[in-house]
Design a protein around this ligand. Sequence first.
Ligand code: FES
Ligand code: FES
Length: 191
Amino acid sequence: MQIDLTVNGKRVSLEAEPRLLLAHALRDRLNLTGTHIGCDTSSCGACTVLLDGVSVKSCTVFAVQAAGQEVTTIEGIGNAAELHPMQEAFWSSHGLQCGYCTTGMIVSAVDLLRRNPDPSDDEIRAGLEGNLCRCTGYENIVKAVRVAGKAMRDGAPRHSVAELMPIHPPVEEPPPSGEGIIPPQLQEANR
Ligand code: FES
Ligand code: FES
């Protein structure tokens, strides 16, 4: 069947079988691959998007259920030219490692701050309990939400990636040889 919806502010028409999941429609039909699929069983939250402003796990929603509604994915939250404060805070607070959970985590956190602009750490943890991270240990994720909340309450200006590069430079990869990290005598022994 044909469905019409709004995705990241643009009207979209899709041919959708009734069983097509919203997560698959976004990724496979609209090429919005920032929405990740980590489990397909409603456990991990990697697929979180906003549906009419409320966070949902898009692997638990059929595309046809989104007909007539407004979907916001991580691509609609912010972009390289103008990061959302939550995206900047995850960057500056080192709230990610592999990044697989991060897009869903950010979308959930945006919804959390919409409902509670100044959450305590316990409220942040409770608000993100549907989002699992296998890497970070969560401390820096909680910190990032705290930092973003303050920036949003203060009305801090938004930044582009280019503006932030000198402030949060990328971590330099060690040279493949281990030079500068592994003592020369051990480098020799490792060859
Ligand atoms: Fe949707 Fe894990 S992929 S909750
Ligand atoms: Fe790797 Fe969260 S940063 S799963």
